[in-house]
Design a protein around this ligand. Sequence first.
Ligand code: COA
Length: 402
Amino acid sequence: MAIEIRLITDAEVPAYREAMLTTFGDDVESDPTGADRIRALCDPSRLWAAFDGATIVGTAGTFDFDLVVPGGGRLAMAGLTMVMVRPSHRRRGLLRELVRLHLDDAARRGVAISGLWASEASIYGRFGYGLAAEGDALEIKRAGSIDASRGRELDATEWLDEARARAVLPAIYERAIARRPGALIRSEAWWRERRFIEEPFMRGSASRRRHVAARRGSELVGYLQYRQRPSFTDGLPSGRLDIVELVATDARAEATLWQLACHVDLFPTVTWWNAPVDDALVWSVADARRIARRRTDTLWLRIADVPAALAARTYAADGALCIAVEDAAFELVVERGAPHCAPAVRAPELRMSRAALGALYLGGVPASRLARADLVHGDAAALATADRMFASAIAPWCPEVF
Ligand SMILES: CC(C)(COP(=O)(O)OP(=O)(O)OC[C@H]1O[C@@H](n2cnc3c(N)ncnc32)[C@H](O)[C@@H]1OP(=O)(O)O)[C@@H](O)C(=O)NCCC(=O)NCCS
């Protein structure tokens, strides 16, 4: 029987959810509110499924996000999500078709950029996605001996119950990530349905989320969310504190929250699965080997509308560059900080794939480094210009899996 790929109806959302969850290895019972969450967060005209008869054998969807780009601008991004193909139907081109529908829909709506988190890093390069942001998985041993303050004055800390956390976290987050490339703006529905929801599958054997804020006078300047995994070994506390999110508006708030996280009695091990790669903690501590770090890919970007995307960010230096992205060339000119990008009328100085441009876009990796990997081509002068222009003083970080 031929496979039909189409938008799903509202009545098909539970079956869509079931197909997706079970392919990823979970069961519907562990996430009983999942279908309603999809309804709350996704426009129904952006949920596609592949049907073999009445059975859903593949899914994909789009979340509409605003992405923070270097300089603090916000660019609409189509977030590709809930992608799967059942084991019975894999490697017949269904993923390729689902990605095409997502990209065509974004193009029709004039959305310049698509982003995703990949289950496997090998999948999406072929579709033009490049690795735009990385994260560090941290594990801190004997955290109680860490002094994140280095003798500096820290902020006060305030314990937040669930209701107060719901009231105050969104505004702190918005201020803290205002200039963080790679961060996503969270809508009210996103906070409600994703950040504050607590289903058993989200926490496994860990506790519910705890919330603590850093306070300076009457102002809240950061927050820490964590879960606890209590344990004792040979009578001694050996619990683990898992940071869900540590968000700070400045360095003092960051140090305050790290100090708190490292000094929770009974929890000598602290982990954070997705810390920003420019986190200050490793430089604050006397013994940085106490902090094990594993770097991993997080946000992948595919830039569809090159002039719109390049004009949406700011640049670290003025300059002019003619860039060929696959078979089209663009002139990027930045004068007194103002970027303009238009089709090129001269020979390109740099050549790259769409995926390489996605990797460069947020300033997470310099062009010269991609050139060493044979992903960007150009002479030393053009690469040096690109390095200067595309650099971002703030490392890309995407604190949001979707
Ligand atoms: C990954 C997955 C969606 C692929 O679906 P599929 O329908 O088998 O993929 P397609 O047949 O359309 O393959 C398209 C291309 O991607 C390649 N590809 C597919 N899965 C891949 C993988 N896991 N790693 C590397 N390449 C992969 C195929 O080889 C093919 O390459 P080609 O066009 O150069 O021949 C499917 O295996 C799956 O659901 N996996 C489990 C859930 C998952 O990881 N989802 C992705 C979430 S981000």
